[in-house]
Design a protein around this ligand. Structure first.
Ligand SMILES: [Zn+2]
Length: 303
């Protein structure tokens, strides 16, 4: 991470500001080995129709807009929230018009910025039952395979609206459907919706992370805190395989080659984001990763 002299200057100038102008607590930076790289700014852009990318260069945030209010999915790190909100404004939308905030999964790198966006927008937050509890607490519990190895994040103001698997949430004409894709976290959720440009409509999918990782000492095949984890991963992968999916988006944009596709579109391929097989391929990659993880565990545990 570059050690910039401007940071010291920033800190000094913050001290000189009146209290209310200082960095709000809910955007205070979390530190992690990838955080600086993840938080590189990114010019926002239209994905398709009323769907926009407003995340940082390393962490996804998706805005779906309508004349009667917008939906935001994910807001990256706490320190990403100002970048995400600036991106929303740069596109000509008002943060105050975000009516509903959704989340892929309750880790600091995707849920960290939600509290700040909620504070500014006043939007309601909706999530799976398991995720709702974590969002209200700002910390995951022992059923998170990475419990104890990840930083917490600013809690959102409750109560979080609980959304069931398969339920559709609405803002004006916008309708986004929740698909339970647990495993990476117990409450992990994939969101799907339809966006149109004129007569042409596409099914968009923001597929949750499928990486089968854990804190040291947590075994997928031998644990008491999330015993259903393997079956959950498999259930989520089957969901991703079946979803109608024209455009795949992911919380880590690299997992769906977002910027390669953007470059291809900028170079003159108008449909570079469209790939009917992308979700099935994403599911297949996830299956392979899970199989590798289970093989490693078997080797380690001698089972
Ligand atoms: Zn995660």
């Amino acid at each position: 991470m570059p050690r910039s002299p401007s940071l010291a200057l920033l800190a000094a100038s913050a001290l000189a500001l009146p209290l209310h102008a200082q960095v709000p607590a809910d955007t205070a930076p979390v530190s992690c080995s990838s955080c600086a790289e993840w938080n590189q700014p990114q010019r926002p852009f239209r994905v398709f129709g009323n769907t926009w990318y407003v995340g940082t260069h390393g962490l996804g945030a998706i805005l779906v807009t309508s004349p009667r209010g917008h939906v935001l999915i994910d807001a990256a790190l706490p320190q990403s929230a100002p970048l995400v909100m600036a991106n929303v404004r740069a596109l000509g939308f008002r943060v105050e018009d975000i009516r509903l905030i959704l989340n892929s999964h309750v880790h600091f790198d995707h849920a960290g910025g939600l509290a700040a966006v909620q504070r500014v927008s006043g939007a309601r937050v909706a999530a799976s039952a398991s995720s709702a509890r974590v969002l209200e607490r700002g910390a995951s519990g022992p059923d998170d395979p990475q419990y104890g190895s990840l930083p917490g994040f600013p809690a959102v103001r409750g109560p979080v609206q609980v959304v069931a698997d398969g339920e559709t949430v609405r803002v004006g004409d916008l309708a986004l459907t929740a698909h339970a894709t647990p495993g990476h976290t117990p409450g992990g959720t994939t969101w799907s919706w339809r966006s149109c440009e004129g007569e042409r409509c596409l099914d968009l999918v923001y597929a949750d992370s499928e990486t089968p990782i854990s804190a040291d000492g947590f075994y997928f095949t031998r644990n008491t805190t999330y015993p259903g984890i393997v079956a959950d991963f498999e259930r989520g992968q089957a969901v991703l395989e079946r979803l109608s999916c024209d455009v795949l988006l992911t919380p880590h944009p690299g997992a769906s080659s977002l910027f390669e596709r953007l470059a291809a579109r900028d170079a003159g391929a108008p449909d570079a984001f469209v790939d009917r097989a992308a979700c099935a391929r994403y599911a297949a990659t996830a299956r392979e990763a899970l199989a590798r993880r289970l093989a490693e565990e078997r080797a380690k545990l001698g089972g």
